[in-house]
Design a protein around this ligand. Structure first.
Ligand code: NAD
Length: 352
């Protein structure tokens, strides 16, 4: 277990058990060097406890990278609550999880993830103040869409040397909470949309509202577009799909878009500019983290818009150093975490 933690770069791993409600949860903390670790809580079935632990270990580091490149005063963490077999009292489980989070005294701030809802965060809030994504902060998706929109603008300026989206063709995969809000912004900016979703009602809405052209779900990789924006599933950039792409830029909200790290290099080899997912999709995290900290809406939006500047910096650095953008992003995040950790140890030395 300690070896697994070491490989995942974690500082601490916490196990919570509440026999009365059946709550079994794991909180993995990757870093608190920049501030309290923040990250979602999954609530799903796991065939084996080890799989739940592995999930938490695997996802915590990504949250540190995301928070660091978003310029937030937070480290990364991830929680996993094992959904019990059979009947259970969801409210009692969430309350127990809230008490577990509270015991960590603010080292970890929880948030929504697969299987948890805003209403769960509201229940957790009855037991701890270290929770975001409550109904007071609202749906983060439009804020994620704003960050993706700014990221697309930055990528278009860098790769196509155009400061307007008017007349550009943008294909969107997935028209859910983020994809639909993004489509609205792109339409407003004058882009022509090509869309795909396995949900035909969502596709029809985009045709009606934005005059979008629809293609079958699997054909979205083959259409000619300036920008391809994946806003549905993960791992969709892989050895099979990348050779099919006919776009200059890939920039969308989906998490874990690269099936394997090498796919970032495959995109670069094809001359396609890739906006790393955890950088471009940080708008929702910025919104909930700053809302939790009491920052007002205008300042939150201004911070989200900085995603465009961050990407411009990464694109420029990748070009200068002849490296893939996703690699430059990882290096940059690691440098920020290392700098914060050495600041912390310097302070500890001064206080000793
Ligand atoms: P969502 O579930 O509301 O929407 C996803 C959409 O993708 C759905 O309409 C679904 O039908 C569609 N889809 C599923 N399989 C598809 C396929 N094979 N082809 C085309 N479409 C398909 O999710 P969301 O909240 O809009 O998030 C979209 C992505 O962005 C996810 O990967 C999510 O993890 C990521 N993300 C979301 C947020 C946020 O604030 N919601 C923040 C960061 C990252």
């Amino acid at each position: 277990m300690l070896k697994q933690m070491e490989n995942a770069g974690l500082t601490d791993l916490h196990f919570g058990l509440d026999p009365a409600s059946g709550m079994k949860a794991i909180i993995a903390i990757h870093s608190t060097a920049r501030g309290a670790a923040i990250g979602g809580c999954r609530f799903i079935h796991y065939a084996r406890e080890q799989e739940a632990i592995t999930d938490a270990l695997r996802l915590a580091r990504g949250m540190s990278y995301k928070a660091a490149l978003a310029g937030l005063p937070h480290g990364g963490g991830k929680a996993v609550m094992i959904e019990p077999e059979g009947d259970y009292d969801r409210t009692a489980l969430m309350q127990a999880f809230g008490r577990f989070v509270d015991q960590l005294g603010g080292r970890y701030i929880t948030a929504m993830d697969s299987g948890t809802e805003v209403s769960d965060m509201d229940i957790i809030e009855t037991a701890t103040r270290y929770v975001s994504c409550t109904s007071a902060s609202g749906d983060p998706s439009p804020h994620t869409a704003l960050g993706v929109f700014e990221g697309i603008r930055a990528a278009v300026l860098h790769r196509l040397e155009r400061d307007s989206l008017a007349g550009l063709v943008i294909s969107i995969q997935g028209l859910g909470h983020v994809g639909h809000a993004l489509a609205a912004m792109l339409h407003e900016a004058g882009a022509k949309l090509i869309v795909a979703d396995i949900d035909s009602a969502r596709v029809q809405t985009c045709i009606n509202q934005f005059g979008a052209r629809a293609v079958a779900a699997d054909e979205i990789y083959d259409v000619e577009a300036d920008v391809f924006s994946p806003c549905g599933l993960g791992a969709i950039l892989n050895a099979e799909t990348i050779p099919r792409l006919k776009c200059s830029i890939v920039a969308g909200s989906a998490n874990n878009q690269l099936a394997v790290d090498e796919d970032g290099n495959r995109l670069r080899a094809r001359g396609i500019l890739y906006a790393p997912d955890y950088v471009i999709n940080a708008g929702g995290l910025i919104h909930v983290a700053l809302h939790h900290a009491g920052v007002d809406g205008d300042r939150r939006d201004a911070k989200i818009r900085e995603i465009g500047d961050t990407l411009t910096h990464l694109f420029t650095e990748a070009k200068r150093s002849n490296q893939s953008v996703h690699h430059v992003a990882d290096l940059h995040a690691e440098a920020l975490l290392k700098a914060a950790a050495s600041d912390d140890s310097a302070q500890e030395c001064r206080h000793a």
